[in-house]
Design a protein around this ligand. Structure first.
Ligand SMILES: Cc1cc2nc3c(=O)[nH]c(=O)nc-3n(C[C@H](O)[C@H](O)[C@H](O)COP(=O)(O)O)c2cc1C
Length: 161
């Protein structure tokens, strides 16, 4: 079983949206190789429909270019990207998505895939802060069986937390 197959089996039923792409950073890449059911629910699409295209299809008018530049730089540098983006569902409605995207390396250290965990968040009420992680909160709080594992992997936690 390859790492890709293992992760796929692990997250297929997860309520957290998961995308796996190839390792190409420049357009037309990264190309989606796998999307789980929760990703389909989040985006309003059949997960099989997004295989072979780039995650850019979710972007639109209010998706901020500076955040995408930061995302592209992190991918090119082989670093984790944790951030918040405006994306659009199949029906055109927009939502704020929290993305935790990581490179998956083979035994030689070469990046083979990128994997992202994604969830919808809403702006917290009250005093705004500059820090994205405290400005937004998840829309759905799940008692996911994977929850403990995701915490162990520090998924969605701010760097240094
Ligand atoms: C695994 C993975 C998941 C991604 N998910 C999203 C996403 O949900 N929404 C989004 O707007 N961009 C997402 N991206 C980022 C875009 O694919 C692209 O890398 C980004 O727009 C920066 O590249 P660009 O400057 O060439 O557009 C994802 C990238 C990867 C590798």
């Amino acid at each position: 079983m390859t790492l890709f197959e293992l992760i796929r089996a692990f997250v297929d039923e997860s309520p957290v949206a998961v995308l796996i792409t190839d390792a190409t950073v420049k357009a037309p890449g990264p190309i989606i190789l796998y999307a789980n059911g929760a990703f389909g629910k989040l985006t309003g699409r059949d997960p099989t429909e997004v295989i072979g295209i780039s995650p850019r299809f979710m972007q639109g008018r209010e998706t901020r270019r500076p955040v995408l530049d930061h995302f592209a730089q992190a991918l090119a540098a082989g670093e984790r990207f944790h951030g918040f983006l405006v994306n659009y569902r199949a029906d055109g409605t927009k939502y704020v998505v929290e993305i935790d995207c990581r490179p998956l390396r083979n035994a030689d250290g070469r990046i083979e895939h990128f994997l992202s965990f994604e969830r919808e968040v809403a702006r917290r009420l009250g005093r705004p802060s500059r820090d994205g992680a405290s400005r937004f909160e998840p829309v759905e709080v799940s008692n996911d069986l994977l929850g403990k594992e995701l915490r162990r992997l520090r998924v969605f936690s701010a760097a240094g937390e």
